[in-house]
Ligand binder design. Structure first.
Ligand SMILES: [Zn+2]
Length: 233
């Protein structure tokens, strides 16, 4: 594997440009309430993942492939299990923090099926779950430890909180919405990422004109090649 594989060559799409069905499932820009009644706006910019092979091959960080964040079972709606699939761009920030967490934990971190991104149409999606923002993961196993005990969950929660103040965990407990008793849940809050290619003009007038667009692949390799070519002239 070479270094370029950590650089995403994925297309960024504005979910307002997707077809009606996808828009109705991904709900870009819609407001949802959390359990406290605070409103949060759902993400609008997504990576488009063309195939399972590419999901497996695309490493967001050295130890986390994109595939791990999009593993879903039949509780995700059928259309969103077809390729291409979509995941909020903020997943890259999540992967960065997970990589730090893995280093601190000193063992491999296994994201569960349904443990990464869950669309607003997923059957487990309630209120404004951070999993809909692509900024949360559920981890059921670290190294060889299955996270079922209070002791193991609290141990890794503490390690995660020590990695960064940005990381939020759910305390051990049995209230499904507020606690976790068979996994470690990590999240970064309601982060939405607006890729640098996006103009704020587009942010302000999305619905009036909707040209289909998706950014060309940006590969570090190609950029480097261009720089090298220029230097050789
Ligand atoms: Zn969770």
């Amino acid at each position: 594997m070479n270094h370029d594989e950590t650089e995403s060559g994925l297309k960024v799409v504005d979910a307002f440009d997707l077809d009606d069905e996808l828009r109705s499932l991904l709900k870009p820009g819609e407001m949802l309430r959390d359990e406290q009644g605070r409103r949060h706006r759902l993400p609008r910019y997504f990576y488009e993942i063309p195939s399972h092979e590419i999901a497996l091959a695309t490493r967001l960080t050295p130890h986390f492939a994109l595939n791990e964040f999009v593993l879903n079972d039949l509780r995700e709606t059928a259309r969103l299990q077809q390729w291409p699939r979509y995941i909020p761009c903020a997943v890259r920030i999540l992967a960065f923090y997970l990589e730090q967490f893995r280093g601190a934990a000193g063992a491999s971190v296994h994201i569960a099926v349904n443990g990464g991104y869950r669309s607003p149409s997923h059957k487990l999606s309630q209120d404004a779950s951070l999993h809909m923002w692509g900024t949360a993961v559920d981890i059921y196993r670290i190294g060889s430890t299955i996270l079922k005990s209070k002791e193991s969950i609290e141990k890794y929660n503490e390690i995660a909180e020590d990695v960064s103040d940005e990381i939020h965990v759910l305390p051990y407990g049995h209230d499904v919405d507020k606690n976790a008793d068979d996994h470690v849940h990590l999240d970064l809050g309601y982060i939405t990422l607006v890729p640098r290619e996006i103009s704020d003009d587009r942010m302000e007038q999305p619905q009036e004109h909707r040209p289909r667009f998706a950014f060309e692949e940006r590969r570090r390799k190609e950029r480097r090649a261009a720089v090298a070519a220029a230097e050789n002239e």
